[in-house]
Write a protein that binds this ligand. Structure first.
Ligand code: NDP
Length: 500
């Protein structure tokens, strides 16, 4: 019998479409968002429903990463302040946990609506404090934060339906929550909404560089007349976070941040009986097959890595592209990069804003230098970066090997590493060849291939023909060094209750 012909690698022609380079044809006028963020010069801790200074009176300065100007002075909590916060949360717990779910739900609905009322103000504050483009804080962070409160408000009086077979659904007690700087308000919502809906009380620590929207949210908690002590907010740096983790009153610690700090927290909580959920780093593979709808895929790849300057735990930072279309994909991405607008995050035309801190910028530069040293080829479009503030141009690396640091470590910046593959199995093997397992993307015309990959990719979330899609009803979380536990949906609620 004649042997079957070897499967040919399908090649696409190089693009004939005109280049999308507009030069200075459309010079956009600046379009700054002008709403007043209503920031105060000084912020205190929220403990027992009141704003109080830190016991020792210490403060730190929160700056705007887009221009390095000071925004506000913020109280720096130490162990004694954290102890006050836990004591207040413990006092509030019996009444809050016994409140009928429908009553707790009313508070959550109220928080969601108050946030919506002040959405524009919060969007500007988030952009000033963190450096993300106003388009993203306005259209994604703030509406999604409100959506999480709405969603969990709906569950508060239906908890037994969330867990079929359970007769009693009990809260855990006081929970300590630590959030990062990449989505400050949204991560606050991911943490607070399920904890409150299930009847827990909370001590929450925002990240040092981005505390302001949490402190503005404290004003909303007061406006909603949430009972004192149900939510306490302690600001500070790593030492404050460590005190939140170490406090004996914590029934559970919920953490989002780096894998390194996640490891510290695992050690600190081991043997204490505290429940723990960790949402850590990622090094997602965005896998592009040669039958994918390329126009959409290119936009998906761009969104996957440049959204929020790449400060995204689930960022599609490794592009795996099928060999036959690699040249075309790189050509298209290169062109698309040249049309991204980098600059003032408050400008409504900006696509890529400021890097969150000088420290993070230095880390991105170190890893990019390692990429060049290790032999990958760097491409950055010509773009003038503002002289003041922390900025980094959108960056592509081709010729990346799996052993390169830029293919293994979380850069957490606007840097895409491009690798190639030939077969489905090779794509799966390369995608899974990472210590992380938070997310992945698949771009293909074939449904059967999507089903196969969504089963075989070791990632908590697999997006198909899209990327970075979120919904409060959909659980989010990782495998391996990306952590454990889920946030969102019924799975997220389960991490805040005991069932009997
Ligand atoms: P961290 O993990 O240090 O920060 C996350 C939160 O943990 C912050 O609130 C931080 O406080 C707090 N924290 C720091 N040390 C401790 C501790 N020992 N115990 C308890 N809490 C602590 O991230 P970084 O801000 O330092 O960023 C470093 C790298 O981590 C980034 O370059 C990025 O790669 C990764 N990262 C990943 C995130 C993700 O969602 N996957 C989110 C943020 C960072 P504070 O910031 O005030 O010091």
């Amino acid at each position: 019998m004649p042997s079957a012909p070897a499967r040919s690698v399908r090649r696409r022609r190089t693009p004939t479409a005109p280049e999308l380079i507009f030069g200075n044809l459309w010079e956009f006028d600046p379009s700054p968002e002008t709403a007043d963020p209503k920031l105060k010069a000084q912020y205190d801790l929220l403990i027992d429903g009141r704003f109080v200074p830190a016991r020792r009176g210490a403060r730190f300065t929160s700056i705007n990463p887009a221009n390095e100007k000071a925004l506000a002075e913020v109280a720096l909590a130490d162990e004694s302040d954290v102890a006050d916060a836990y004591a207040a949360a413990a006092r509030a717990f019996p009444r809050w946990s016994r409140l009928p779910g429908s009553e707790r739900g009313k508070y959550l609905f109220r928080l969601a609506r108050l946030l919506q009322d002040r959405a524009r103000e919060f969007a500007v504050a988030e952009t000033l404090d963190g450096g993300k483009p106003i388009r993203e804080s306005r259209d994604f962070d703030v509406p999604m934060a409100a959506a999480h409160f709405f969603y969990h408000a709906g569950w508060a009086d239906k908890l037994t339906y969330a867990f079929p077979g359970a007769r009693h659904v009990q809260p855990l007690g006081v929970v300590g929550q630590i959030i990062p700087w990449n989505f400050p308000l949204l991560m606050l919502a991911w943490k607070l909404a399920p904890a409150l809906a299930t009847g827990n009380t909370v001590v929450l620590k925002p990240a040092e560089t981005t505390s302001l929207t949490a402190l503005k949210f404290a004003e909303i908690l007061q406006e909603a007349e949430l009972p004192p002590g149900v939510v306490n907010i302690v600001t500070g740096a790593g030492a404050t976070g460590a005190a939140v983790v170490a406090h004996p009153q914590a029934a559970k610690i919920a953490f989002t941040g780096s894998t390194e700090v996640g490891r510290h927290i695992m050690r600190a909580t081991a043997g204490t009986g505290k429940r723990l959920t960790l949402e850590l780093g990622g090094k997602a593979a965005n896998i592009l097959f040669d039958d994918a709808p390329l126009d959409q895929a290119i936009e998906g790849v761009i969104n996957g890595i440049f959204f929020n300057q790449g400060h995204v735990c689930c960022a599609g930072s490794r592009l795996l592209v099928q060999e036959g279309i690699a040249d075309e994909v790189v050509a298209r991405l290169t062109l698309r990069l040249r049309s991204l607008r980098v600059g003032d995050p408050l400008d409504k035309n900006t696509d890529v804003g400021a890097i969150n801190s000088g420290e993070q910028l230095a880390r991105i530069k170190r890893l990019v230098a390692a990429g060049v040293r290790e032999g990958a080829t760097l491409y950055q479009p010509p773009c003038a970066l503002p002289r003041k503030g922390f900025y980094f141009p959108p960056t592509l690396f081709t010729g990346v090997q799996q052993s390169h640091r830029i293919a293994r470590e979380e850069v957490f910046g606007p840097v895409l590493s491009i690798l190639t593959f030939r077969t489905v199995d090779e794509a799966i093997e390369k995608a899974n060849n990472t210590a992380y397992g938070l997310s992945a993307g698949v771009w293909t015309d074939k449904g059967s291939r999507i089903l196969k990959l969504s089963t075989e990719l070791k990632a908590g979330v697999v997006w198909a023909n899209t990327y970075n899609k979120f919904d409060p009803a959909s659980p989010f979380g990782g495998y391996k060094e990306s952590g454990f536990g889920r946030e969102g949906g019924r799975h997220g609620l389960a991490d805040y209750v005991t069932l009997s």
